[in-house]
Design a protein around this ligand. Sequence first.
Ligand SMILES: Cc1ncc(COP(=O)(O)O)c(C=O)c1O
Length: 364
Amino acid sequence: MTRPTSAIIDTSALRANFALAQRLAPKAKSMPMVKANAYGHGMVNVAQTLADMAPAFGVACIEEALELRQANIKQPILLLEGPHSADEVEIAEQHGFWLMLENYNQLQAVLSSQLTTAITVWLKLDTGMHRLGFQPEDLKSIYKQVSDSSNVADDIVLATHFACADNLDSNFTNQQLQRFESAIDSLEAKPNLISLTNSAAILGWPSIQDNWQRPGYMLYGASPFAKPHKNADQLKPVMHFQSAVISIRSIACGESVGYTANWTAERPSVIATIAVGYGDGYPRHAPNGTPVLIGGIKCPLVGNVSMDMISVDITDLPWPIDIGEKVTLWGPDLGVNEVAKHCGTIGYELLTRMPSRVPRVYQD
Ligand SMILES: Cc1ncc(COP(=O)(O)O)c(C=O)c1O
């Protein structure tokens, strides 16, 4: 007997989504973003699933990169936040990690390290997101310093990150692109390699071509767009977050459900208790009415989410169900974006916050 709560991970969907990213820009290389436990899907398993297709992987920090190496992932691994301290440069050299450099401390750390092998460096430009990156007007001097350094390999990549690519009506992406292009124009010799695109740009801005795509969310089968989109609609959801009914009761009109009694039945109601709660990554702030799929039918969440359980109003289900009935919290038939919208957040957060208590079950 085991608790019926798990996240089924469809590895063929993951591979199909990666293949879509690759198909949308056949000349580019695609680097799967597997940071934050592969957006909750299990970093090592995701990297192993994509290992024969992906030329490199992207993570946030060196701890994640080391975990991939320990799991025998052989590809180069890009540290998106770059080295957090000078010693990370040598660790990166040892393990074949690539470093994004985005500030002068990092630049200095690389230039002044005692390395025996040159490492691959990406230079990040702040073209408008104002989170990480060098100022575009400083590129010329920075680029010269890294190209002249024997610590840096020849394949320098110039990168930036889009803030609003999920909004296809916004001009912000074009503005960022223009700033990026002007920075490149300031260089005497054009760089060979650039990296611009996240999921939204890969799917929604086909005119933006780069050498290295950096797909994240799309790999996991969810659309970065609020509206239907011809490319995004081809994505296949990878995670099926499921549980089961563990108790059923009838309550009278006027009775309430759950902590703080924040939902009261306005008619005689049938309430199913499901074995999933905020301790499993189901959002604590999910409001009454958030859809939960039972027997393929959307039933409304009622009452506060508890640590290990939620309650669902199944009064309107057209057929009786029993304890043990399977329930979908999100998955192929109930998009994580839809659940997230009810909760005032984004699917990224729901996927990424799934804790280790939920067993990931990998199925082809
Ligand atoms: C630098 C960088 N590139 C790419 C990505 C992937 O973005 P997405 O998951 O929207 O594809 C991220 C995600 O946060 C990122 O920080």
